[in-house]
Design a binder for this molecule. Sequence first.
Ligand SMILES: Cc1cc2nc3c(=O)[nH]c(=O)nc-3n(C[C@H](O)[C@H](O)[C@H](O)COP(=O)(O)OP(=O)(O)OC[C@H]3O[C@@H](n4cnc5c(N)ncnc54)[C@H](O)[C@@H]3O)c2cc1C
Length: 303
Amino acid sequence: MQITVVGAGVIGLTTALVLEERGPTVRNRAAETGAATTSSVAGAVWFPYKAGPPARVAAWAVHTRRWLDELARTTPEAGVDVLTGYEITRDDSWPWWGSGLPELARAPAPVPGAPMAWKFTAPRAQPSLFLPWLESKLRARIERRTVTDLAGEPGDVVVNCTGMAARELAGDDTMYPLLGQLVIAGCGGADLTTTITDDRDPDSFFYIIPRRDELVLGGCSLPFPPGATPELDRAIKDRILAHAARLQIPIGEVLRERVGLRPYRLEVRLERAGRVIHNYGHGGAGFTLCRGCAEDVAKLVSG
Ligand SMILES: Cc1cc2nc3c(=O)[nH]c(=O)nc-3n(C[C@H](O)[C@H](O)[C@H](O)COP(=O)(O)OP(=O)(O)OC[C@H]3O[C@@H](n4cnc5c(N)ncnc54)[C@H](O)[C@@H]3O)c2cc1C
């Protein structure tokens, strides 16, 4: 069995890895790798954000969390650490993503002026370590090339993991970008074991995700015209920093900013169409869903 995986973001790399573990020969082709992918921008914490449908996403997420937990315990070079997560929200009904999280509970929020929060454990991958680690685990080197016709790719099966580019490659105009902007700051005096999301106000969505050596502060999620190139917005940066100050999080100096486009559709497309298996549209949850989705691709290959 020969398989071509197109795409080397977190979805393509994880899919290639899982398929290789099952035995087939896997070729991985990608226009860009590493820092040039959307995956490199992500805060990359486990949290099922902007992805559907809920039941499948919850199952993929739980599956992926188990793998990330295991990597955090056994493989420090993969760049995964387990953090304590808090979601501050006005809604105290049980979160739709909470099935399979035995530790999920209401708890006091760890910042002043906030009510109760949902508390859970949240593995976080550091993309600058995690993506190269995934790549290093693949048997074959990634071939750098732009694919223009999925059906023309070699192999018994072709897996489409091209993120936002699937809009053109698969002719899928239900895909659209959701813009996210981040401020990367020094660690300052922040607690590096805690990630906080504050989604009480839809116009001032905020999160902090500590990496091993810096803090990721966000964010926003704004529909963006397909095909356009995003630019940094000063007002978004100022709002993010003001929110951190309001929550009295002692961040360090601002190091840089990043902007990226979440590859969003109402439902992740994970299905087989002839020789092609599609695995794209993971929105704001590519790291959260990668392993669960890859396992389902493997089932579609063998089934
Ligand atoms: C600001 C921001 C913060 C985020 N935070 C989180 C988070 O905390 N947790 C989380 O789980 N997710 C987060 N995400 C979402 C996550 O980054 C995405 O869901 C994920 O990166 C999608 O991965 P992907 O592999 O599908 O796409 P990509 O990373 O975009 O990779 C696509 C791959 O396909 C290749 N490709 C495209 N077109 C072609 C072609 N024609 N031929 C060959 N190759 C091609 C590209 O070169 C690339 O290798 C965030 C996203 C953003 C923007």
